[in-house]
Design a protein around this ligand. Structure first.
Ligand code: M6R
Length: 613
């Protein structure tokens, strides 16, 4: 939540920061601002998107070689011009941008008010810049020492970047529980919440660690210290990403590009990790902790949103194939109760961004209790990737659309590989079934392509039929139950139609009361094991005049006669069905949202990376 970009060098800072903020808009997009230092401190802020700020500020004097920018996802105070970052100190000497929450801001604010400080905004962030100013003045501290002193008084999460009119060649940055990356150019520096705004300028980056403060000054090497003032030795990494990955590549929206990338991203996730002919699955992280995994009393999967739905599929896979008990937890709930967690447990955190605050907190708790922690993450170098004992990247490439699509199929692919690996290690799977699953996995990318190419026109037609509905129900059994949840989440988050996912058999325990001719019911009906039962569930909906759209295996006859529409997917083994059955649901929600005039990449009130608890 919230994106930060900063520049220090010889180029014009304003266009670099605007460009960078556009790349980070997926992190928040309700208001934006930039501060430029050029003898005086000029601050430009606007409610709305980065393009609104650009239109407003471009005709003004934005000249300067040092600046900081921010795109906001509001927590404290409405998204308006005043609450937008950067915030200035009372003496207008400092400007600061912040991603996170200062939890004790009320206490600090009243203490600062007593000292004569006046606040313009409703934000927690403005309090922090006043606190830095106060300490700087009171104790005659350098900028970095004042920042460090202030941060020792703060409770909460932060990535901050501060500039000071009296230090025009210096930027001070710090992080705790929110990410911050420093890009090292040729006699210039870039800072951002993630690597995406930086890669067009440099591939050399430093990922700041927890509670580290960096002093970035022209003509000097970067200095990184811990909040306790101990010098650190930061590692400079070469980031392997290219600019094309951050463009829409001819699609109207990133979400559509990402849906269509799935044949490639699922294949990338498996690359070098599986050989069907030779019958092996290789996952470095699992190999490293083989004993812990095979002897674990249980595995706990912690995640949020779409990643939580992947975890549910993981539960079905691990229990069926590897016979290990699995508990799937909302990370936020795991963290704030007192769970029984021991060193015999393995906790798997699943996260596209690797920065989700709830998942990070759950992970920290698991570490405190001695459990082995494993990350299934997309963003390389992210906080979860670095905090876990071991892990596997899903290699889906940057996912920019707020609605997660290719990360979901990447996570499910990775969980399938893990389940197969553990099943083999624990000897809980027959050789024939193991080989069949490996061979089927190998052809899944082709089958995803088939789903994408064969159904689009029909899906557009169905989307048009559904677009004016106000509610929808998604039903599925077994492996398709989490897919029903995911289909419902996709629809509500980008089209604002209320939708619920249910295990198909649960419908008769309540939701059936909602069914009438106005209720579209999406039934993911590809099951072989409970085929007759799912047919009965569809009949029950039809008997109450519900409008049924069923996802079926190609060639299916019975459901095709009862349902209002069927969307066919290729046949595969049941544990792999989610990788195919989710695709039509992603496309349906996309087209419904487009027909309703919604911005699918930046749905209202949401942000891609949820770094607040
Ligand atoms: O980055 P993460 O996978 O940890 O994010 C978790 C959720 O915030 C995320 O999946 C969210 O639910 C998406 N908007 C769903 O499309």
């Amino acid at each position: 939540m919230c994106g930060i970009v900063a520049y220090l060098g010889k180029k014009e800072a304003f266009p670099i920061i605007i460009n960078g903020l556009k790349r980070l808009e997926y992190r928040g997009y309700d208001s934006t601002g930039i501060a430029i230092l050029n003898n005086e401190l000029k601050v430009f802020k606007k409610a709305g998107k980065v393009s609104d700020l650009e239109a407003y500020a471009s005709p003004l004097d934005t000249i300067g070689n040092i600046g900081i920018g921010h795109t906001r996802w509001a927590t404290h105070g409405k998204p308006n011009d005043t609450n937008a970052h950067p915030h200035k100190s009372g003496n207008s000497r400092l400007a600061l941008v912040h991603n996170g929450i200062i939890e004790n801001y009320k206490y600090l604010k009243s203490a600062l008010k007593e000292l004569g400080h006046h606040f313009d905004s409703e934000t927690d962030t403005e309090v922090l810049v006043h606190l830095i100013e106060e300490l700087q003045k009171r104790d005659d501290l350098s900028l970095e020492d004042a920042v460090r002193e202030a941060l020792t008084r703060v409770v909460g999460a932060y990535a901050i970047v501060v500039i000071d009119k009296d230090n025009p060649t210096k930027i001070v940055a710090a992080r705790k529980d929110s990410p911050l990356v420093i890009g090292i150019g040729n006699e210039e520096y870039y800072l951002a919440s993630d690597a995406t705004p930086l890669i067009e300028y440099t591939k050399k980056m430093i990922y700041l660690n927890e509670e580290e403060i960096a002093v970035v000054e022209l003509g000097k090497p970067i200095e990184v210290k811990s909040i306790d003032n101990i010098i650190q030795s930061p590692t400079i990494q070469e980031v392997d990403m290219n600019i094309e990955e951050l463009e829409k590549g001819g699609y109207d929206y990133f979400m559509m590009k990402e849906i269509h990338q799935q044949p490639a991203t699922v294949a990338d996730c498996m690359r070098g990790r599986i050989n069907a002919e030779e019958g092996w699955v290789h996952l470095g992280g699992v190999n490293q902790y083989e004993g812990k995994f095979t002897n674990a009393s249980r595995i706990i999967m912690a995640a949020c949103g779409t990643s939580w739905h992947s975890a549910l599929i993981g539960e079905y896979l691990f229990e069926e194939l590897a016979r290990i008990p699995v508990e799937v937890e909302y990370a936020s709930e795991l963290r704030y109760r007192n769970p029984v967690l021991t060193e015999n447990d393995v906790v798997i955190a699943i996260s596209q961004s690797g920065e989700t605050a709830d998942t990070l907190s759950a992970l920290r708790l698991a570490k405190e209790r001695g459990a082995l922690t494993y990350g299934i993450v997309n963003v390389v170098g992210s906080s979860i990737a670095r905090l876990t004992d071991a892990g596997s990247y899903i290699h889906a490439g940057p996912e920019i659309g707020v609605a997660s699509t290719k990360a979901f199929t990447g996570q499910v692919t990775l969980l399938t590989l893990m389940a197969l690996k553990l099943a083999k290690l624990r000897n809980t799977i027959s050789e024939d079934y193991y080989r069949q699953l490996l061979f089927e996995l190998k052809v899944i990318p082709k089958k995803i392509s088939q789903v994408l190419s064969q159904n689009e026109a029909h899906i557009k037609y169905i989307a048009n039929e559904i677009k004016d509905k106000t509610n929808a129900l998604y039903l599925g059994r077994g492996y398709n139950f989490p897919v029903a949840l995911e289909g419902a989440l996709k629809l509500k988050e980008i089209s604002y139609i209320h939708a619920e996912g249910y295990p198909a058999a649960e419908m008769k325990h309540g939701p059936i009361a909602l069914i009438d001719e106005n209720m579209p019911v999406f039934v993911i009906a590809t099951n072989k094991s409970a085929y007759e039962k799912i047919i009965s569930n569809i009949q029950e909906v039809k008997a109450r005049k519900g409008y049924v759209i069923a996802i079926v295996i190609e060639g299916e006859k019975t459901i095709s006669e009862i349902a209002d529409h069927v969307i066919e997917i290729p046949d595969t083994v049941e544990p792999l069905v989610p990788l195919l059955s989710v695709i039509p649901l992603q496309l349906l929600s996309y087209y419904i949202a487009i027909l309703r005039g919604c911005n699918v990449d930046q749905p209202r009130n949401l942000a891609k990376s949820v770094t607040v608890e």
